[in-house]
Design a binder for this molecule. Structure first.
Ligand code: NAD
Length: 256
């Protein structure tokens, strides 16, 4: 699928994997709407890649609708990457081994609302608009990539909410791909392993934490980069025969 002359939306586009996706989409000729909570980083990136920043909280259905509308007004919306997510609550909860701290209802609902419901809502609203596009030679009108995690298959202590949210993203892949295929839209899911992004925090402690984490990776023994993830996202968006798939990009990691 050709991206030149299209618009694209990247939720969570201001940082990490989303920012790498936004840069690679722009390099392929798409005008990218960087949809994120973080205005400073989002606006700076949008300026760099000649895109547009949209202040979006993915738990706010009107803000998602506004971003979709803004993208479609620029050019036909043919690509969406759902990268907005929160995850490392397990670094602050659950470590004392109590069920109360590991399983706070408030934290669980928040993670599900952002990672799972927010992803579904963007898919739903973007697909409605994409379905109005003119199709290519195959009748393809657009493509979507959702971001899950290896935690969908292999969650750690204090990670119930995160694993449940990402398990939900994996679980909806095939049924949603089936629904959207009828409208000429492909949908795939990427399950990243450990990727070096601000999700792990910044500073010395975080660098030491990440170096240690890298030892769990089969090969190479390091965290992945946003670009390594983004190139697989671009492949899923542009390869006309990719549909309904969940792909791990994780250096072969299996958590101990
Ligand atoms: P990141 O923190 O660098 O980027 C996440 C972005 O999402 C941030 O810019 C943040 O502002 C945005 N965001 C958070 N809540 C939002 C909301 N309610 N509405 C809109 N934007 C919101 O993290 P990342 O590592 O780039 O993560 C991107 C995605 O990849 C996430 O879904 C994450 O769960 C997933 N993932 C990351 C890793 C990893 O190791 N980094 C591993 C597996 C999965």
């Amino acid at each position: 699928m050709e991206l030149t002359g299209s618009s694209a939306i990247v939720t969570g586009g201001a940082s990490g994997i989303g920012a790498a996706c936004a840069r690679q989409l722009a390099a392929r000729g798409a005008t990218v709407v960087v949809a994120d909570l973080q205005a400073d980083k989002g606006e700076a990136l949008a300026e760099e890649i000649k895109g547009v920043f949209a202040q979006v909280d993915v738990t706010n259905t009107e803000q998602i609708g506004a971003a979709v509308k803004a993208a479609a007004e620029i050019a036909p919306l043919r690509a969406v990457v759902n990268s907005a997510g929160i995850g490392w609550a397990q670094r602050t909860i659950g470590r004392d081994g109590t069920l109360e701290s590991a399983h706070s209802l408030e934290a669980f609902q928040k993670v599900i609302a952002i990672n799972l419901v927010g992803t579904f809502d963007m898919v739903r609203q973007a697909a409605t608009v994409m379905s109005q596009n003119e199709g290519d030679a195959d009748g393809c009108r657009g493509a979507i990539v959702n971001m899950a995690s290896v935690a969908a298959f292999d969650g750690q202590i204090g990670q119930a909410s995160y694993s449940a949210s990402k398990g939900g993203v994996v679980g909806m892949t095939l049924p949603v791909a089936r629904d959207l295929s009828a409208a000429g839209i492909r949908l795939n899911t990427i399950a990243p392993g450990l990727i070096d992004t601000p999700i792990y925090g910044e500073g010395e402690a975080s660098e030491a934490f990440k170096a240690n984490l890298g030892q769990n990776v089969l090969f190479p023994k390091r965290l992945g980069t946003g670009d390594e993830l983004a190139s697989m996202v671009i492949e899923c968006l542009t390869n006309s025969y990719m549909n309904g798939e969940v792909i791990r990009v994780d250096g072969g990691i299996r958590m101990p």
